[in-house]
Design a protein around this ligand. Structure first.
Ligand code: PSU
Ligand code: MN
Length: 305
């Protein structure tokens, strides 16, 4: 398997010396945000992780390799190239074997991170069960990945473009712990509220690190979700965003948007309908997740070593 992986010097050094590392995805760069905000966000997030004592490893597929850590010019490529594929578990081998360029989703980033020996990952929001999922069967492969791959994911919950109740039910069935980080309510990405509670609340990085070590010491396969609400100052109003989402969903339906196009389409529409406010919120929550993930990675690694 190692033949497919390449590492930047910074990441290789960290992994060889058991230093804390935080994985980052590329789908958020290539398909989640417009240029140039995407590249600015990607670089700032890496720096936040360094400032909090861990090493960032942004993951993507190019030139027949799984890249664990990207150079600045590679990051730029993911931010600007219009032909970047969106890679989830099912697409992984195809994109790698064909030498195409592919941005990794939460699911694919977890797969690559585990291969590389990285167990901490920061992103914006996870995929989930889509609204009307009982008709379309659109359930993100992120959820089944969380059930089987040993990577903890810090996210701001799941976007309320999804069916959050069903997403949480699915995660429970799959045995995925959902931890509220300093919150009793599962956040809904743009907003701090969702109307759904969490069964586990943890308030310190040390306690999350201990739970990660305990889970995997026990051989309980799979990841966990650390749900970290967007900071108050950047949050959008739950009811307001709901109205916007209803409009965007109607447009998606009119345009017959389905499958892997749904999430990028919805993010773009919501951004337009909020006049860019949602993009600022998106960037803020990713940065916040990076900070928390770095702190947890430090605590996890201390306990693991
Ligand atoms: N949430 C965001 N921005 C994103 C994504 C989620 O705010 O870009 C991406 C992530 O990479 C996630 C993917 O894994 O969308 C889920 O896509 P799907 O619903 O097609 O599984
Ligand atoms: Mn989907």
């Amino acid at each position: 398997m190692k033949q497919y992986l390449t590492f930047t010097e910074e990441v290789r050094h960290a992994l060889e010396n058991n230093l804390p590392v935080v994985a980052l995805e590329t789908t958020i760069i290539s398909h989640g945000m417009p240029y140039p905000q995407n590249i600015e966000m990607a670089k700032e997030v890496e720096q936040i992780i360094r400032d909090n004592g861990a090493v960032p490893a942004t993951i993507g597929i190019m030139d027949g390799k799984i890249k664990i850590g990207l150079t600045d010019s590679e990051l730029e490529e993911f931010a600007t190239n219009k032909n970047v594929a969106k890679v989830s578990r099912r697409d992984f081998a195809y994109i790698l074997a064909s030498g195409k360029i592919g941005a990794t989703t939460v699911a694919a980033t977890m797969i690559a991170a585990e291969m590389a020996g990285i167990h901490m990952f920061a992103t914006g929001g996870i995929g989930g069960v889509h609204r009307e999922g009982e008709i379309t069967w659109d359930v993100s492969a992120d959820l089944t990945e969380l059930a089987q791959t040993d990577v903890a994911v810090v996210c701001a919950g799941a976007k309320s473009i999804l069916d959050i109740g069903r997403t949480l039910e699915y995660l429970e069935t799959q045995g995925v712990p959902v931890v509220g980080y300093r919150t009793d309510e599962f956040p809904s990405f743009f907003a701090r509220e969702s109307g759904f509670g969490v069964d586990m609340r943890i308030d310190t990085p040390e306690e999350v690190g201990k739970m990660m070590n305990t889970k995997w010491d026990l051989g309980l396969k799979g990841g966990m979700i650390i749900a970290n609400p967007v900071p108050e100052s950047d949050a959008l109003n739950h009811e307001e965003i709901e109205t916007v989402i209803q409009k965007a969903l109607a447009e998606a339906k009119e345009n017959n948007i389905a499958g892997k196009q749904v999430t990028p389409f919805m993010l773009d529409k919501v951004k337009k309908l909020t006049e860019g406010k949602s993009l600022a919120t998106n960037i803020a929550l990713v940065k916040h997740n990076a900070e928390v993930a770095a702190k947890i990675a430090v605590a996890y690694q201390k306990e693991a070593n």
